[in-house]
Design a protein around this ligand. Structure first.
Ligand code: ATP
Ligand code: MG
Length: 480
């Protein structure tokens, strides 16, 4: 851990020294503040986004820095926010003048006045994000920590600089940020702060969906997102954002038969998939793969608990959920939908004997999604029974091997039939008609079942055979 009073800024030395010199020449003081300082003290990989705060105008300081430093891009000024961004090499420097903020009850837009460094630190969300390091030559490297942020880093604690009620009523997004930082850093939320979030949970209603989703994305991109989702649940936030997940909670028992708790199962699946992929939308698919189970749950005396059609219902719910949360209804949404829709398919195969035909059909239906689908299904294995756990994993190994074999032989992925509709019509001199579809289907089925290889000659012969059966005559054209 770095000493409490003085921080060694050697790594970025040049940049920070120069900013400090420019500030000094302008008769002002500059500080690096926020996430960069937090990560530096925690000895985490520091971000390329660096926040600089100064007394006076951040925009003026940004302009002066850009003039003095080589290798800088143009100054992007955001007048409404009183901030300016400058790119230096691959760093993005964000400049802002120290400010005081006061908020009104139903708006996220504060009344902003210029203030001291301490005013600025007070308006920050957590003590660990309120740390500043002075950059002017006479005080270079001095840590300014009025709220004991360094101690909170040591205690792994998220705590607000002001009374938590005030911090959260000023900006309820901070409640989401608390959960997000707790998840990313594996920190605990301080007791008072936790209580305040719980009490004020309904205030997230005034936030824009986009900002909530940004935080959810960050929670999902953490190493262990379950920490965040369980925390959101504990704080009464989850059902305000993703009620579909909360509906999965609980175990019902009828006549001694129970089903698993799909709520906790879901988060296990998410944590599992995070070990194998950084793909945000695959992680979303894992989060939503079982949401159709709440509305489709039934008990039958014969078979016990069932969730018939939950994949289909779940895929439809994905659309509604994306729409409600104002997430783009684009190919990413469709990707999540398709994975949810297919999420049980490989499992059925892996639970049984893995036949070539079943694997061929899977590859045919999944197309390019096959690899992601298998990752999802492997992550879905959360059984605590070691025998079953091993069986399922071994069967997936067999499925993977068979996919390689079948693909080499049959080229089923993104399947194009070797004999297409146009060729059938030309051969028999007919227009579009029911028989064309029947012949095409017959050939496709024969290939998938392994009756014929995925090759032109075999498909052509089969076309002739099926056409004859349907009363189509190849020689009709020439005979006529
Ligand atoms: P990350 O690593 O995610 O970028 P960060 O701490 O840098 O983490 P940013 O969102 O980039 O987070 O914000 C930079 C700094 O601005 C924070 O460290 C915090 O001091 C302050 N900040 C950002 N958003 C808020 C907010 N909603 N309320 C109060 N302070 C905030
Ligand atoms: Mg940042």
């Amino acid at each position: 851990m770095i000493s409490k009073q003085h921080i060694n800024l050697t790594q970025q030395h040049q940049l920070f020294t120069q900013i400090g010199e420019v500030a000094q020449d302008m008769g002002t003081r500059a500080f690096v503040i926020g996430g960069y300082v937090r990560d530096l003290i925690m000895e985490r990989k520091v971000s390329k986004d660096i926040d600089i705060v100064c007394e006076g105008s951040g925009i003026e300081l940004a302009k002066a820095v850009s003039k003095k430093l080589p290798n800088t891009g143009k100054v992007n000024v955001y007048k409404t926010y009183g901030t300016a961004m400058v790119r230096v090499g691959d760093n993005e420097l964000e400049f802002v003048g120290a400010r005081k903020e006061s908020y009104q009850k139903d708006s996220r837009n504060p009344i902003v006045e210029s203030g001291t460094l301490e005013d600025d630190q007070k308006r920050r969300d957590f003590t660990i994000n309120a740390l500043a390091i002075a950059l002017n030559p006479n005080e270079f490297g001095t840590l300014i920590d009025p709220f004991d942020g360094v101690e909170d880093i040591q205690k792994q604690l998220l705590r607000t600089p002001l009374a938590p009620e005030q911090t959260f009523s000023d900006d309820p997004l901070r409640m989401m940020r608390a959960v997000r930082f707790a998840t990313q850093l594996n920190f605990t939320i301080d007791h008072k702060t936790h209580k305040a979030i719980h009490r004020m949970a309904d205030r997230i209603a005034i936030l824009s969906k986009e900002r909530i989703i940004d935080e959810l994305h960050k929670i999902l991109m953490a190493t262990k997102p379950s920490l965040g989702f369980l925390l959101l649940h504990e704080l009464d936030l989850l059902h305000r954002i993703l009620p579909e997940l909360c509906a999965l909670k609980g175990i019902e028992e009828v006549e001694g038969q129970k089903h698993k708790d799909n709520f906790y199962h879901t988060f296990e699946v998410v944590d599992n998939i995070c070990k194998t992929t950084d793909h945000l939308w695959l992680r979303w698919a894992a989060l939503l793969h079982d949401i159709g189970k709440a509305p489709t749950k039934r008990f039958s005396k014969k078979v016990g608990w069932t969730f018939h059609g939950h994949e289909f219902v779940g895929a439809k719910m994905v659309y509604e959920l994306f729409k409600r949360l104002k997430m783009p209804l684009n190919e990413k949404m469709k990707y999540v939908q398709r994975l949810v829709f297919m999420s049980s398919r490989p499992i059925v195969i892996a639970e049984d004997i893995v036949t070539d035909a079943a694997v061929r059909r899977l590859v045919f239906d999944a197309g390019d999604l096959i690899d992601d689908l298998l990752l999802l299904c492997e992550a879905d294995i959360t059984t605590k029974n070691p025998r079953r756990f091993n069986t399922y994993h071994n069967n997936f190994k067999i499925v993977r091997q068979k996919i390689i074999d079948v693909e080499e032989k049959d080229r089923i992925r993104n399947f194009q039939p070797p004999v297409d509709g146009a060729e059938i019509m030309k051969t028999f001199d007919v227009g579009p008609c029911r028989e064309i579809g029947l012949i095409k289907d017959h050939i496709k089925e024969a290939i998938l079942e392994g009756v014929i290889p995925n090759e032109y000659e075999a498909a052509y012969a089969m076309m002739l055979e099926k056409a004859a059966e349907l009363g189509l005559d190849k020689n009709k054209k020439t005979n006529a």
